[in-house]
Design a protein around this ligand. Structure first.
Ligand SMILES: C[S@@+](CC[C@H](N)C(=O)[O-])C[C@H]1O[C@@H](n2cnc3c(N)ncnc32)[C@H](O)[C@@H]1O
Length: 184
């Protein structure tokens, strides 16, 4: 067993607390991990930790690039976390988990190549606030990943952000839809 196999197994386990059917699927997780590797991401900034499944997919990608990635994740609700399962505990030291509203955080630019993963409340108003919180901190080479592009509020904000950043972008037709904004 390795972390990827173990994480994938969790999603199809009988333990429903780790698979709502709406959160990042294994296929989407593999995509997130691959994106981090391809773009040499060393910093993962996430809105919507939930159980930490997507956080671990991002972390497993960044660990292919650096031994000391910066993993920052926010949620307004505290829930059981995958990194508290015995097998994943060695990964916990990499994760900075905050219980707070992502859109109230003051973000500053980092030298590290950053992937922002937006997967909080999917209303247009809230996704817009989440994006506004990070947008001026982003630099060339960073990416924004939008989960649940099938939701109208997410899709509308994704399109608006692509125009605002004048960014290349890509839509992935996964179960919930993923959008990627490439900051140039
Ligand atoms: C769709 S779930 C995230 C699923 C997770 N990313 C995964 O796939 O493993 C959305 C989460 O966003 C959280 N959330 C909602 N509004 C938020 C906000 N303003 N800041 C941070 N988290 C928020 C919710 O509590 C919920 O746990």
């Amino acid at each position: 067993m390795n972390y990827i196999a173990q994480l994938s197994a969790l999603r199809v386990s009988k333990d429903k607390q780790f698979d709502t059917g709406k959160w990042v699927t294994n296929e989407e997780g593999e995509f997130l991990r691959g994106l981090c590797i391809e773009h040499k991401v060393k910093r993962w900034v996430e809105c919507g930790t939930a159980n930490g499944g997507s956080t671990l997919w991002g972390l497993l990608g960044t660990l292919k690039i650096t031994d000391s990635p910066e993993i920052l994740t926010w949620d307004i609700l505290d829930r059981p976390k995958v990194w508290d399962i015995e097998y994943f505990k060695p990964l916990k030291r990499h994760i900075n988990y905050h219980i707070a509203d992502f859109s109230s955080v003051e973000f500053h630019q980092s030298d590290k190549r950053t992937a922002v993963f937006l997967d909080g409340n999917h209303s247009k108003e809230q996704v817009t606030k989440d994006w506004i919180a990070v947008r001026t901190s982003l630099k060339q080479g960073d990416i924004i990943i939008w989960h649940d592009l099938i939701m109208k509020g997410v899709k509308t904000t994704y399109k608006k952000a692509n125009e605002w950043h004048q960014a290349a972008h890509q839509e992935i037709r996964s179960r919930r839809g993923i959008g990627v904004t490439y900051i140039e």
